[in-house]
Design a protein around this ligand. Structure first.
Ligand SMILES: Nc1ncnc2c1ncn2[C@@H]1O[C@H](COP(=O)(O)OP(=O)(O)OP(=O)(O)O)[C@@H](O)[C@H]1O
Length: 251
């Protein structure tokens, strides 16, 4: 097994209209790391994430997961080890009940009977959602939907959890619930987010994307201290680093 779990080398994505989604992006992520990808609207975060499980095919460069290069031949294996939680849970929940949604992936892997049941119960338990098992996904609140969508991915027992805007659109209570879950996972975690306070609290390492390229990659606190870098990349410091919102630090 390679030391680095995820390695992205000189990755480029050019959309059919000729524009670059990302260009010359390289980084390595080790087992168990929690890494945030931040950047202004259109910086290339979603484009990058979609390469990590082969949803998009690169126009140049490579993605390596463990010892294996991501190619059409390794795609199904990579999708088993890289679980993707989409920004919108409705893209992930399409069955009649939450339990069926959570069982869907393991069923496709050939699991059945007690083994399947154990997977479903464990995944729902990890997101504190066993009570939602028989509910229709479209009856759930935003926070419940998010947790159910995460459970569908956990049921596949991935090595890497990739999440696009895990706290996006959630009220403060649901946001905190999802943050609590994220903090408790031991998986390698890669999230793209505009929630810079969440990034500061939960992700020791941050990569900034700016116009499709890596503008910085390092300890999150160091990156958020560099106001010039943040301004260049059309970002701001997290509120928690800006002092009191009323007096701006004077009280
Ligand atoms: N299907 C597409 N065709 C052409 N250009 C695209 C397509 N999808 C994205 N882009 C462009 O690629 C660039 C990166 O977009 P991407 O969605 O990856 O950014 P993002 O950082 O996730 O943005 P946001 O924070 O707004 O979600 C943008 O300039 C966008 O307009």
């Amino acid at each position: 097994m390679s030391h680095h779990l995820v390695e992205v080398r000189q990755l480029q994505h050019r959309y059919p209209d000729g524009s670059f989604g990302i260009n010359a992006v390289s980084f390595r992520i080790e087992h168990g790391e929690a890494v945030a990808i931040i950047g202004a609207n259109g910086a290339g975060k979603s484009t990058l994430l979609q390469h990590l499980n082969g949803t998009l095919v690169a126009t140049a460069g490579q993605v390596r997961i463990g010892d294996g290069l991501l190619t059409p031949a390794t795609l199904s294996q990579v999708r088993r080890s890289v679980g993707m939680v989409f920004q919108n849970p409705d893209d992930q929940l399409f069955m009649a009940t939450v339990g069926e949604d959570v069982a869907f992936g393991p069923l496709n892997l050939g699991l059945s009977g007690e083994e399947l049941e154990a997977r479903v119960v464990a995944a729902l338990g990890q997101v504190d959602a066993r009570h939602l098992r028989h509910k229709a996904p479209y009856h759930l609140s935003g926070g419940e939907k998010k947790r159910a969508a995460i459970a569908t991915v956990l049921a596949m027992m991935p090595d890497v959890l990739v999440m696009d805007e895990p706290t996006g659109g959630l009220d403060p209570f649901s946001r905190r619930q999802v943050m609590h879950l994220l903090a408790g996972f031991s998986h390698t975690r890669i999230v793209a987010s505009h929630d810079l306070d969440m990034v500061l609290e939960l992700f020791p390492r941050t990569i900034i994307l700016c116009n499709g390229e890596v503008a910085a990659d390092g300890p999150t606190r160091d990156i958020f201290r560099d106001r010039e870098l943040l301004a260049r990349c059309r970002l701001e410091q997290p509120l928690a680093m800006q002092g009191c919102p009323v007096c701006r630090g004077g009280c």
